[in-house]
Every structure is written in C-alpha cells, then in structure tokens.
Design a protein around this ligand. Structure first.
Ligand code: ZN
Ligand code: ZN
Length: 389
C-alpha cells in the first residue's frame, strides 16, 4: 500500500513538473489535482476558486485542521536535465511546489484511507499564486479557513538532506515589502549635461545611499535587508534620460523596524535627489507579513516529526517570504522545512529536489493531522488550553 502510494506520488509530481503553470494560471494543475482527489473519492469544497482546490476529509462537527500546499511555478527556463523537464517554455517548478502538491495529495490519500477513525476533519488547501503572494488571501476570502483550529504547511529545503526536518517557535520567515523609486530630472544631450539634471547620476547615488539604511539607521541587532533589483533609464548612448526608475525589496523581522522603513527611505531619497536638483518619488507596496509560528504547534510538529523518524533541527531565521503568514494571522499553526537535498537552490534553473522526500513527508502530515485532531479533541473535553493558540 505505502509502496503504491509512494510511486503514485512520484508520478503525480512528474506530471505536475512537466506542465508547470504560473501564478493564477494553474488551470491544468487544478484539473489534475481535482481528478486525483475525485478518483480517491475525496470531497471538495465549492468555494468558486478560479484556480486551486480545497478538499476535506473526515467527520464534520468535530475539530477541523488545515494542511496547505502551494501549486504555482516560476518564469524560469528549466536546465535541470531531468527526463520529465518542463514542456512549457520559460516556466519551471523551480521552487518545488510540485513536490509540496504531491506531499499534500499523499497526506489526503493516507487520511482518506483511515477516514472512519479520524478524530475530526482535515481540510487540504491546494493554494494558487504563492510566488506573487496573493493566493493565500484569495483562499481566506473564499472561506477556506472557516472553522479551522490549526493550519500547517511546509517548504522543501534543498540545503537539508532527505530525512531532515526543521522548524522554530515564533518568527521564521521575514516581512516582505517592495518599493519603486522614480527619479525625475531634466533630459539633455549627453555632451551638455550642464543643461539638464542627470537622473542616472542621481539614481546611482540613491543606490549607494540606500546601503546606509540598515547600517546607519537601525541597530545592528535588527535584521534588515534592502536590495535594489532593477534600474531602468535611458534608451540610447548619447541622451541623458528625463527619468530613471529603481525597484527593490526590503526584508525585516521586527514589525516596528518595518513600519519605520518607508519614512527613512523617503528622507534619504529626497535628500539625495534635492542635492542633485532632481526629484525622487517613492511607491511602497507592502507584501505578506512575517511567518510567525505558534510555539505550541511548533513544538508539537517537531515532536511528531521525531516520532516519525525525522532528524529534527532548529530552523534558522529566514529573510525569504511566504504568504503562509496570512493563514497564521487568522489561526494558530506552524510552517516547517523538509530536506529535499538539491545541489542547486530554490529558484535556480537546475533546481532538482529529491523525490525520496515526498512519501515520508506525506506520511508525516497525515500523522500530524491525526495527532493534532486528537489533541484538539482532548482540549475541547478538558479545559481549553490557551497555549494552543
Ligand atoms: Zn519560490
Ligand atoms: Zn516556494
């Protein structure tokens, strides 16, 4: 039985991998997941989603928990060389969401097999659009978390060996924000810069000045990353452009630091631009908040992982982001890392996670769901355990 499921999950993963789809365009992916769930007799919730699926297994009017997988891929040309490489030009499952989908499909199949004895219900969220951070809020708005008492999710960790599990209490992934800066000056002939206001030089000085944002404005004990990732200006060699656009991201863990960044950024860019006679305008796009694990469920997940045979580690703080944080703002739960042993990292065109990680993770999440429901049921009959939230 487990051998059959393990093989089935690998073949599902390969089918997803060969036909990856970008955020919010996961139509064929949604159809495949729906078919696999239907074949197993698993019921799906009519949430009216454009892409993505929410399934449910177990008894209603009992404790309910949720497991989440993300299903979208990235605009990357695959170079992994595996025989089931992407057939969609320029699109690749380079973050392993195909692995996550197979893991949670496996958990669903294993839970379905013991549905009659399950001490509650498990909702499986196959979430679209994690890479552009808007899938989780779609699912929440559609009601996917209604009546859910705890939520669990995973990301594969290429730097960890297969069989390794890591999580941590409290802060885990960072707050993610995006900014754009438009520098406006006065265009001029490249031979007569004195007749214009040079936006290229101004933008360059802004990039340099931004490097002092973490080091000169915040304690060195705070985590803060400011990266400029795009500079766009000009379209030929002998004209100074009227405008230059900069784009980048700010990553933080402390919400107070996060809140202060836009003001300081504005002060720095205004100062540099006005010294050059130019103008700089900041557009700030707040992204998903930090992933903060509930201590009770972080400990619980670690204990179940150790019982399931994983080598359990304390996860390091990440500067990456995850819209799983939005679920954790609604209900308690925890996000974990599971070793996938890829030589090349996430978002790399040669990323190639080990498929040996899939079945053990599926079995783990089925077991976690089962034990979490038992714990919730116990808490309902005894005094409510506040620490679970
Ligand atoms: Zn990713
Ligand atoms: Zn990812």
């Amino acid at each position: 039985m487990s051998g059959n499921i393990a093989e089935k999950l690998i073949s599902c993963r390969r089918e997803l991998h060969a036909y990856p789809e970008l955020s919010n365009q996961e139509f064929a992916t949604t159809e495949k997941i729906t078919r696999w769930l239907q074949d197993a007799g698993i019921r799906m919730l009519p949430l009216g989603l454009k892409t993505g699926v929410v399934a449910e297994i177990g008894r209603q009017k009992a404790p309910l928990i949720a497991l989440r997988a993300d299903i979208d891929a990235l605009p990357i040309e695959e170079l992994s060389g595996v025989p089931f490489s992407s057939r969609h030009e320029g699109v690749m499952h380079a973050c392993g969401h195909d692995v996550h989908t197979s893991v949670m499909l496996g958990a669903a199949l294993l839970l379905k097999a013991r549905e009659a004895t399950l001490p509650g219900a498990v909702r499986i969220l196959f979430q679209p659009a994690e890479e552009n951070f808007n899938g989780a809020c779609h699912l929440i708005d559609a009601g996917a978390l209604e009546n859910v008492s705890a939520v669990f999710g995973m990301h594969n960790a290429p730097e960890l060996p297969v069989g390794t599990f890591a999580t941590r209490r409290g802060a885990f992934y960072a707050h993610i924000d995006r900014f754009q800066i438009t520098v406006t000056g006065k265009g001029a002939h490249a031979a007569k810069p004195e007749q214009g206001i040079d936006t290229i030089v101004t933008a360059s000085q802004i990039v340099n000045a931004l490097q002092t944002l973490p080091s000169r404005n915040f304690s060195s004990l705070e985590s803060l990353v400011v990266s400029v990732t795009r500079i766009q200006g000009g379209n030929t060699w002998n004209v100074l452009p009227q405008t230059v656009e900069l784009e980048g991201t700010v990553r933080t863990h402390n919400v107070k630091v996060r809140e202060r960044v836009p003001d300081i950024l504005t002060r720095v860019i205004d100062g540099v631009a006005s010294a050059m006679g130019a103008e700089a305008r900041l557009a700030w796009y707040p992204g998903p908040p930090a992933v903060v694990n509930t201590p009770f469920w972080a400990d619980f997940s670690q204990r179940v992982a150790a019982d399931a045979g994983y080598q359990v580690q304390e996860a390091e703080l990440q500067m990456g982001g995850e819209d799983f944080s939005l679920y954790l703002q609604q209900v308690p739960g925890t996000f974990v890392s599971i070793g996938s042993a890829s030589e090349f990292g996430l978002h790399h065109p040669r990323f190639n996670p080990s498929e040996q990680a899939i079945y053990p993770a599926a079995a783990y999440f089925a077991r976690l769901a089962d034990e979490a429901l038992s714990a919730l049921l116990l808490a309902q009959t005894a005094a409510p355990a506040e620490s679970m939230g």
